[in-house]
Write a new protein. Structure first.
Length: 322
């Protein structure tokens, strides 16, 4: 149905939780991406199905905790190849009709900063036309401070209101710290101030919409002032998600590792302070295998240096041509 320009491989299975894929452009194998087919443990696919896709080949941001930029950045993934990632996952489960899935979450949150890629908006419009009642797209952004990203976010507001009203869209800001200088060293590009994110979040929310998620890493070295967050963000508009930092190469190198499955006391305390300020708080429970490493953003694609040779060596993963 779409002009598919890449070859994809099923790299690894985490039974009952996730299938990990990598893909390379046929015309340029240096353009590699990763995508994931995931379930919430114990929840049937018909109730909730999560597909995580890449929006760039690598990432041009280079956050201090993420391995997406470990490989050389090779540009935006076109809409047709974003859709191909989704179709590859759907095709792997012919027994499940995506039109009957209660919550089909498509998370634009593997490799790449989505607001740099107008193809993400095209992919959203194409998905909206597919007639999937449970479709719930989710976009995570560091909120780059540049005209293309600002234009993207304005158009996203329109797309959400037109095609995904009533809580069928999730927007996430990667906040991580309330200290502007530390945030700049963590996310090494110019980004919106917290105030600008807060103002946008207020404009974003319409009756029935999902609250905007503020992602906050729990690493103890990252300064975090709950009162400052409350000054800027309205708890009637935003929910806070506290997240561990998995053992990526960069997080380890940068001393940011904070790898837990059950939240430590300090994380629970942070949650209760935020709750006392009126915020709803989600403590993000990772998959068991996430804590062991190897499945965080950017790690899947960089886990095999040469995919084609690895496949020829018979190392046990399938080829799927899309
Ligand atoms: S966290 Fe997102 S924006 Fe930052 S390097 Fe990773 S993929 Fe890029």
């Amino acid at each position: 149905m779409y002009g598919l320009g890449f070859e994809s491989w099923h790299l690894r299975s985490i039974p009952g939780i996730a299938e990990l894929y990598a893909a390379e452009r046929r015309d340029d194998p240096t353009r590699r991406l990763e995508f994931i087919d995931a379930l919430d443990p114990g929840v049937p696919r018909g109730d909730k199905w999560v597909i995580m896709v890449s929006t760039q080949y690598g990432c041009c941001v280079g956050c201090a905790m993420c391995d997406a930029a470990e490989r050389r950045f090779r540009g935006n993934v076109p809409a047709q190849d974003i859709l191909a990632q989704i179709r590859t996952v759907l095709a792997a489960h012919p027994e499940t009709d995506p039109r009957t899935v209660k919550k089909l979450k498509v998370h634009f949150a593997r490799m790449g900063e989505p607001t740099f890629n107008q193809g993400v908006l095209e992919a959203l419009e194409a998905l909206a036309a597919e007639g999937l009642p449970g479709l719930l797209p989710s976009i995570s952004t560091v909120a780059p401070d540049c005209p293309p990203s600002a234009a993207f976010l304005e158009r996203l507001l329109e797309v959400k209101d037109r095609s995904f009203p009533g809580g069928m869209f999730q927007l996430q800001f990667s906040v991580h710290t309330t200290d502007a200088e530390v945030r700049r060293s963590l996310i090494p590009i110019r980004t919106w101030t917290l105030e600008r994110m807060g103002e946008y979040a207020r404009r974003w929310l319409r009756p029935g919409d999902r609250l905007v998620t503020l992602n906050v890493l729990s690493a103890p070295g990252l300064p975090f002032d709950p009162a400052r967050l409350r000054e800027v963000f309205d708890p009637a508009v935003c929910v806070v998600k506290l997240t561990p930092v998995h053992p990526t190469k960069r997080a380890t190198r940068n001393g940011l590792l904070d790898d837990w499955r059950d939240p430590p006391e300090r994380v629970k305390e942070r949650a209760s302070v935020l709750e006392s300020l009126g915020f709803k708080v989600i403590i993000n429970s990772p998959w068991p295998e996430e804590t062991a490493g190897g499945v965080s953003c950017g790690q899947v694609a960089s886990s095999v240096s040469d995919i084609r040779n690895f496949r020829k060596s018979g190392s046990g993963f399938e080829l799927s041509n899309v």
